[in-house]
Design a protein around this ligand. Structure first.
Ligand SMILES: Nc1ncnc2c1ncn2[C@@H]1O[C@H](COP(=O)(O)OP(=O)(O)OP(=O)(O)O)[C@@H](O)[C@H]1O
Length: 490
């Protein structure tokens, strides 16, 4: 009955009997086949590889001929930030189905996946579309983008995120390269929009030959770095006025070098690095990290500074760990043994403000021991403003509490702002002035992120415990000193 409903009666047959029917059909046709036809068929099939090779060669010739005579192009070297901007733009805005990918273990976890960051878990695999040539139509023109095929070196780079490591050529059918430049501009603007909420931190690659984006950290608002409010205001207005284009003209018309240097000093964990990143975010600047101990020579240091763009922040962290003031060391009577850096202090002074050093950037140095710095390094002109970041004050602790339990974060959304303020002020009442570093207090908040009431009820005992730990430590130090003098007497 069902067979009447299906033309040919095949519709509702089971797949097994259907394929049996097909095989029977093929066999019967095969039996009828003339073997002279089979011979010509095999001969035709045999010519296919040769024909494919020939067509490939013709296509290659035509392609290079088109490139030579009809293509305007721009070549971007591998590793240049522009390179990854172009690749990202193409992959996002000219999507297509990819079948080839490069796969690599992702070494950095996503910032949002905090829970995963805390436990030992397998690192995710990152797949990136792998292509060598892409043709696409954009803004009335046909573009062809070619990536160099030899990218094994960049694939092994730890900082290589899968794109932008290989030389790239962007071409367009036509005589003028202007539309190519327009496309590249579009790609760059796109990349800037993507990174506008991030600070890009650059560091030297492992061979020390070029600057590479090392991290992309979400912008940290200046309000989240707590220190003296007046000092913060003064610092920010100083940087703002320095970056004002009029200031540059004023400096230049008076033949003054257009440079600004800051020294952030204070105990460990008081926010020197955090403030540097927050400033970069506030003013939309990239941050270039210079690690003096790993710079092989003065010439390399000079080369590094030459390659840093004019409008950015250069961060020299823990500068006291590199060169200490010879006289301070002598006064103290002892000097910690430290490996000698490969580049010299005069080499650094030279790149900071010597003849030929570039203008327009902000240099931030951080230190825990400002008294040990060579006076030449911190003289006015190299360091124009010294900013002390110290232990937390009760008022900063109150601000920190309000920030930690801000209703926007959701955990204290049931509390009205007046109640939150009351709790913050009660909390701050337990914090002794100039005793704990902000990072220590941050550690306390990390234990009580869900309820502000818990934070307030636990803070007195935490303060007691921390103070007791300190007196234990000082006792331990005195104890050791006493033992040492006894040993000496003995
Ligand atoms: N003043 C501050 N305000 C807010 N958070 C702070 C402050 N100081 C430190 N922190 C927090 O403590 C942690 C360490 O801070 P950071 O690395 O900036 O301190 P640092 O002074 O640079 O330390 P070090 O001298 O050891 O490099 C960060 O997570 C930061 O959020």
């Amino acid at each position: 009955m069902a067979q009447h409903l299906q033309p040919g009666g095949l519709g509702l047959r089971d797949p097994w009997s259907q394929s049996l029917g097909v095989m029977r059909h093929v066999c019967s046709r095969w039996a009828e086949l003339d073997f002279t036809h089979v011979g010509s068929f095999i001969a035709i099939v045999g010519t296919v590889p040769a024909a494919t090779r020939l067509l490939g060669r013709i296509w290659h010739e035509v392609h290079s001929w088109i490139r030579q005579f009809f293509l305007a192009s721009v070549t971007v070297p591998g590793g240049d930030p522009l390179n990854s901007s172009i690749v990202h733009w193409i992959q996002t805005n000219k999507p297509r189905h990819y079948r080839s990918f490069t796969g690599r273990t992702q070494t950095r976890r996503s910032d949002t996946d905090r829970a995963a960051a805390l436990k030992k878990a397998q690192l995710p695999i990152q797949y990136c579309p792998h292509w060598v040539t892409r043709w696409f139509y954009h803004d009335g023109s046909i573009f062809i983008v070619t990536r160099a095929e030899s990218f094994t070196a960049s694939m092994s780079e730890p900082s290589y995120d899968g794109v932008g490591g290989e030389q790239l050529t962007v071409g367009r059918l036509g005589w003028s390269a202007e539309p190519v430049k327009d496309l590249i501009r579009t790609c760059r603007e796109y990349a800037e929009r993507q990174t506008q909420f991030f600070v890009i931190i650059y560091s030297r690659d492992r061979y020390g030959v070029s600057w590479k984006p090392k991290a992309r950290t979400p912008i940290r608002h200046l309000d989240t770095v707590h220190f003296d409010a007046d000092l913060k205001k003064e610092l920010i207005s100083d940087i703002r006025s320095y970056l004002d284009p009029k200031t540059q003209k004023r400096y230049q018309s008076r033949s003054m070098p257009y440079r600004r240097g800051y020294l952030f000093y204070g105990p460990p964990g008081t926010g020197k690095s955090s403030l540097s990143v927050a400033i970069a975010g506030e003013f939309g600047l990239d941050l270039y990290e210079v690690k003096i101990p790993s710079v092989p020579s003065d010439a390399d240091l000079e080369q590094m500074f030459q390659e840093i763009p004019p409008r950015c922040i250069v961060l020299l962290e823990d500068i006291d760990a590199v060169w200490t003031d010879r006289f301070a060391a002598d006064r103290n009577g002892h000097h910690e043994a430290q490996p000698a850096p490969n580049c010299t202090l005069s080499g650094l002074l030279n790149v900071l403000d010597g003849v030929g050093s570039q203008e327009g950037r902000i240099v931030i140095m951080t230190t825990n021991r400002p008294e040990q710095l060579d006076s030449a390094l911190v003289r006015p002109g190299r360091v124009d403003m010294k900013v002390f970041l110290g232990n937390i004050s009760p008022s900063s602790a109150e601000e920190m509490f309000l920030r930690m339990f801000s209703p926007d974060l959701g955990c204290a959304s049931h509390l009205d702002i007046a109640e939150l303020r009351r709790l913050a002020s009660e909390f701050a009442g337990y914090i002794p002035d100039d005793t704990f570093t902000p990072s220590l207090l941050q550690g306390f908040f990390q234990l009580h992120l869900d309820t502000p009431h818990d934070a307030v009820s636990h803070i007195p005992s935490w303060v007691q415990r921390e103070l007791a730990k300190r007196s234990d430590q000082s006792f331990e130090v005195i104890h050791k000193a006493a033992n040492a003098s006894n040993d000496g007497n003995g």
